[in-house]
Design a protein around this ligand. Structure first.
Ligand code: NDP
Length: 284
């Protein structure tokens, strides 16, 4: 068996086309404020790609690039100003923040209605309760992939490997919301292979190159590889996932890395921004 290639590109394109239409239908263009601190190259590049994608789909975005030594108070006062600004619909604080900033109060400061990353405790609680409107982008984007390729979730055994607040936990909550029977595995899980072999839908967000091998996968399972790992191959850098390529011989469907889940994360941020703008317009 060779697994179906669950490529992210057509899914992201379809989602972005829908987002552009919804953005146009609003009374005012959606506006997204992107905040980053310091010059961490990954953060600079992520914010740049979010800013660029926003422009492509009719979302006005603005980048607040603050110096590395910005204080907690300065950051909180910028967030308060953006919360109060009626024309700003979405606020994203690029993580990770420099070590001197306490992340929890920063996430708590963002108005939940403008929390396009879905990290505010109010939105997290809503998500676990099964009625969130703003969900974390990477796992929400994975639901888009499953829907696009017609993968039924209800009643299926889903296993999520990884329990981070950004991917693993929200993914489990969302699969539960879609009526899957969900198991969350992590570094302390005993006999991980026995757990992953139960999965009809296996989502892997571990951060270890090619960690999931064919014998850990149930034949025909849908495997979603969230990992982005930079490895050295013959002196050259290469991006690989958390799933070994040989899993394609066993799985029914597999997302590629690169070109899979990664493409959905930014697209879903745009979708969340339009959702936030729609909800705010409806409240006025
Ligand atoms: P974290 O490091 O925050 O979490 C990793 C999780 O994997 C932890 O819960 C950890 O368990 C678990 N884990 C580590 N080792 C093992 C093991 N041997 N067996 C089972 N579980 C293990 O990572 P993230 O969730 O932030 O990211 C995971 C991967 O996804 C990374 O490669 C990251 O780059 C990628 N990523 C990709 C995105 C995209 O857009 N495609 C977006 C976000 C992340 P424990 O909790 O016990 O320590």
């Amino acid at each position: 068996m060779t697994a179906a290639n669950l490529a992210g590109k057509p899914v992201a394109e379809a989602l972005l086309a829908e987002v552009a239409q919804r953005a146009q239908a609003l009374p005012h263009p959606p506006r997204l404020a992107l905040i980053r601190l310091g010059e961490d190259p990954a953060s600079v590049s992520y914010v740049r790609s979010k800013d660029k994608k926003a422009g492509e789909v009719g979302i006005q975005s603005e980048v607040h690039a603050l110096p590395e030594d910005t204080t907690q108070e300065e950051l909180l006062s910028l967030i308060a100003r953006l919360n109060a600004e009626g024309s700003v619909h979405g606020i994203l604080v690029q993580l990770p923040l420099p070590a001197h900033i306490d992340e929890a109060p920063v996430l708590l400061a963002v108005d939940p209605a403008k929390d396009v990353d879905g990290f505010h405790p109010y939105n997290v609680a809503q998500m676990w309760a099964g009625h969130a409107q703003l969900n974390p982008c990477t796992p929400r984007g994975i639901l888009e992939i499953l829907d696009f390729y017609g993968v039924d979730v209800a009643g299926k055994r889903a296993v999520v490997v990884g329990r981070s607040e950004i991917v693993g936990r929200p993914m489990a909550a969302m699969l539960l919301g879609r009526d899957a029977t969900v198991t969350i595995a992590h570094s302390r899980t005993a006999d991980l292979g026995a757990v992953t072999r139960e999965a009809d839908i296996l989502v892997v967000a571990v951060g270890r190159p090619q960690f999931i091998t064919p014998e850990m996968v149930k034949p025909g399972a849908t495997v979603i590889d969230v990992g982005i790992n930079r490895i050295d191959v013959g002196g050259k850098g290469k991006i690989v996932g958390d799933v070994h390529p040989d899993v394609a011989e066993v799985a029914g469907g597999l997302t590629p890395v690169p070109g899979g889940v990664g493409l959905l994360t930014v697209a879903q941020l745009m979708a969340n921004t339009v959702t936030a703008a729609e909800l705010q317009a409806a409240e006025r």
